[in-house]
Design a protein around this ligand. Structure first.
Ligand SMILES: [Zn+2]
Length: 82
């Protein structure tokens, strides 16, 4: 059952799982299989507040070394030079 998109107004929002990159002050946490709703029409991504809260909690627990991540990845970095 598709839901209505607040941006384009079409009934095109579908539940999907994506890789979500949370960032805060230069620190990152990649959360795989994050449940979201994506509009198939305009590409708008809707995150549920409870999902974001959970990701945020995990991020800070990992930052404070109260929790270990599943693993670490390296991310290539590049400055945009036009
Ligand atoms: Zn839309």
């Amino acid at each position: 059952m598709s839901k209505k998109c607040n941006v384009c107004g079409k009934l095109s929002c579908e539940e999907k799982k994506i890789d979500y990159l949370y960032s805060y002050k230069g620190n990152y946490l990649l959360v795989q299989d994050t449940p979201v709703e994506i509009c198939q029409e305009c590409g708008m991504i809707y995150y549920e507040a409870s999902v974001l809260k959970k990701i945020e909690n995990n991020f800070f627990e990992i930052q404070k070394h109260k929790k270990d991540p599943d693993n670490y990845i390296e991310i290539p970095r590049l400055e945009y030079t036009g």
